[in-house]
Write a new protein. Structure first.
Length: 141
């Protein structure tokens, strides 16, 4: 694994659609600025204490989810964090709406479609995993 952060112009391709690391960072940065202003979503995100670190970590998350090489020593286990923050389908729908708006403001339509499809798939998977985690939590009570 490389430990150097990609340059802003480094690229990856998903279904023949190219993204730069800089584009991914700009989307993530703007999106989380919007989240901090959203009256509903800012509540579960109060657990984030270091926004620059969170934005860098989530930029890395998206970079590797879309096929880029890992450059941070990070493991992602979002289920417990999202569960304890109150994750639910209504919050996911709101999150996806703001994310879609952010994508449209920064990317070409083809890039927006591809990235949103990936985000929606991750959201569906997280919903299922969240439900399973909840079941396990209830068994432990």
């Amino acid at each position: 694994m490389s430990t150097s952060r990609p340059d802003a112009n480094d690229t990856l391709s998903v279904k023949d659609i190219t993204f730069t690391h800089g584009e991914i960072f700009k989307v993530v940065d703007d999106f989380y600025n919007r989240i901090q202003q959203d009256p509903v979503l800012k509540v579960p995100f109060q657990s984030v204490h270091d926004w620059p670190e969170h934005i860098d970590r989530i930029t890395h998350f998206w970079w590797i989810r879309m096929g880029g090489q890992a450059y941070q020593f990070s493991q992602y286990n979002p289920v417990p964090k999202h569960y304890f923050a109150g994750f639910n389908p209504e919050l996911l729908k709101r999150w996806l709406g703001i994310f879609n708006d952010t994508l449209k403001d920064h990317l070409e339509p083809s890039q927006t479609v591809v990235w949103l499809l990936i985000a929606e798939a991750i959201g569906r998977t997280l919903t299922i995993k969240n439900d399973l985690f909840e079941s396990e939590q209830k068994k432990g009570d």
